[in-house]
Ligand binder design. Structure first.
Ligand code: SF4
Ligand code: F3S
Ligand code: FES
Length: 248
């Protein structure tokens, strides 16, 4: 059974924009992205929205719906009451290019700052051997679709432009943790995590984990274990003495 929904959508750029009201038809089983597409087709042909797969797999359609960071294609209209005003705005942590499309290049910069997988130099492709338990540990992190909703949500950079330089955000701290846990990775990532990626700025509020559409336990399985490894390095006197003596 169809009905008419009230939508309020951000139109314009960062410095010059406003929320515009629309009334749009909704059919059974639709998601918010369907309604945005209908809006484009019938009333606002110039409305900018980024999307690709419509299956929760490409990570393109991230936005905020009634202030909650979500994927437009995975948010069912049945989540909302028929008479509810549904407000759709772009992700707040990144600059708006136009309408619902943000410039997420901050994330690409942070990705490039993570040292890539560094196996032992004498190990040839095909000689890699790992225990199944080590494979499984990182498998969860590999589910990331790079939607950047966690990056958008983390209070360390949301509304704190000044922290962006020093903080890589949950997605990339998770990547550092994944590599640190990898048995074949020879890079020591503990000091780098703390000093260059800003691990210490994370105060484990877990907001990142709450919004992850892949339900990755970013805080419990990546950030907290990484913090423990850093703390083990810095505060264990035996480790500290060992580092001094052998200058690792
Ligand atoms: Fe998105 Fe989750 Fe990956 Fe963050 S960790 S970018 S929320 S899929
Ligand atoms: Fe931010 Fe997640 Fe830490 S929301 S403060 S990175 S636990
Ligand atoms: Fe690909 Fe939504 S369109 S995740």
């Amino acid at each position: 059974m169809g009905y008419k929904a009230q939508f309020r959508v951000w139109r314009g750029a960062d410095d010059a924009g406003e929320l515009v009201d629309y009334v749009v038809e909704v059919n059974e089983g639709e998601v918010v992205l369907d309604i945005i597409h209908r809006l484009q087709a019938t009333q606002a042909p110039d409305l900018a929205v980024r999307w690709n797969c419509k299956a929760g797999k490409c990570g393109s359609c991230s936005a905020e719906i009634n202030g909650m960071p979500r994927l437009l294609c995975m948010t069912r209209m049945s989540t909302f009451a028929e008479d509810e005003v549904i407000t759709v705005t772009p992700m707040r942590t990144f600059p708006v290019i136009r309408d619902l499309v943000t410039d997420v290049s901050f994330n690409y910069t942070k990705a490039r700052e993570v040292q890539s997988f560094t196996p032992p130099a004498d190990l040839k492709p095909g000689e890699y051997r790992m225990q199944q338990v080590d494979v499984e540990r990182s498998q969860e992190f590999r589910k990331c679709i790079e939607c950047f909703l966690c990056q958008n949500t983390c209070h360390v950079i949301r509304d704190h432009e000044e922290n962006k330089e020093a903080f890589s955000g949950p997605r990339f701290l998770m990547r550092v943790a994944e590599l640190e846990m990898h048995p074949l990775d020879t890079a020591d990532r503990r000091d780098v995590a703390q000093d260059e990626h800003g691990l210490g700025m994370c105060n484990i509020t877990k907001c990142c984990t709450e919004v992850c559409p892949e339900h990755i336990k970013i805080t419990d399985n990546a950030l907290i274990p990484m913090k423990e490894r850093v703390a083990g390095r810095r505060y264990d006197p035996v480790v500290w003495l060992g580092n001094k003596l052998f200058k690792r």
